[in-house]
Design a protein around this ligand. Structure first.
Ligand code: ADP
Ligand code: MG
Length: 264
């Protein structure tokens, strides 16, 4: 067995008919790292995620996890191997409580007989996950009652519930989409803390997409800029924000980030 850790993409490509959504994309994400994949709409961010999480089969190239090529492994099996994702629009079970939403995704729960399992399932592991995302006090509320920002946090706890096999990979597709500016910063700091394994929790590899530079300053250790399916630039947020190609083709020449550090 290889000792390689984390995620590695090697020359990943995905075509839909004539549309080349992802072309020759290579990068890695190690445990403890928080990496942002940014770029304009249609750049191929969600498609890259779908190839990593197993919703799409790559047209070419490879996805390696802990040194092993995943090939045609299903999304469900990838989750068992430590690869969890969230979607651009928060997906929670509205008829259940906040706690039950997490309990349902803990190992041992069966979607075929959910209510019996929820009664039996220990509350404690689910409460610990809610505490990690700052939702412990809302455990017994109905998911329907949560404001959208809290729902995005619940979705993070649900993704974490599936990660049981060592340092996992958390794929977050626009985790702060739809949030007010005031909530975005706090959510992105939570994402960073999850990567770093705050409060004694295990470190994670975190890869998130964004189409907004504001969500990368003070959050991402490394930023990859995807344009027309290719990595057009990579580096720190400060580095990519002054990259001439990124400025001319994506951010605009007038782009200037006010804060620079810890602003997100
Ligand atoms: P992003 O997430 O960066 O906005 P996407 O990965 O969603 O970009 O899309 C990249 C390109 O692939 C776009 O041109 C999009 O229209 C196309 N695309 C994405 N998914 C599909 C699909 N299932 N079928 C056909 N074309 C798709
Ligand atoms: Mg997308």
């Amino acid at each position: 067995m290889s000792e390689a850790q984390g995620l590695e993409l090697l020359h990943l490509a995905k075509h839909f008919g004539g549309v080349q959504a992802v072309r020759d994309v290579s990068f890695g994400v190690q445990p403890g790292e928080c990496v942002a994949l940014i770029g304009p709409n249609g750049a191929g961010k969600s498609t890259t995620f779908a190839c990593i999480a197993g919703q799409h089969a790559p047209s070419a190239g490879q996805v390696l996890w802990r040194g092993q090529a995943l090939g045609d492994m299903s999304a469900a099996r990838r989750l068992q191997c430590g690869i969890a994702r969230t979607f651009q629009v928060a997906q929670t079970f509205e008829a259940l409580t906040v706690l039950q939403n997490v309990q349902l995704l803990l190992p041992g729960a069966s979607p075929l007989n959910p209510l019996r399992v929820l009664d039996r399932q220990a509350r404690q592991p689910a409460l610990e996950l809610l505490a990690r995302v700052g939702l412990q006090e809302q455990a017994d509320l109905g998911a329907l009652q949560l404001p959208y920002g809290a729902k995005k946090r619940l979705e993070l706890a649900m993704a974490l519930a599936g990660l049981t096999s060592g340092p996992g990979l958390l794929l977050l597709d626009e985790p702060a989409a739809g949030l007010a500016a005031s909530e975005r910063g706090a959510l992105m700091q939570l994402v960073r803390a999850l990567a770093q394994g705050a409060a004694g929790a295990e470190r994670l590899s975190v890869l998130y997409t964004e189409h907004n530079m504001d969500a990368v300053f003070g959050v991402a250790d490394r930023v990859l800029v995807l344009m027309e399916g290719r990595i057009a630039a990579s580096g720190t947020a400060q580095e990519v924000a002054v990259n001439p190609l990124v400025l001319s083709r994506y951010l605009g020449q007038g782009f200037h980030h006010a804060g620079g550090n810890g602003n997100a």
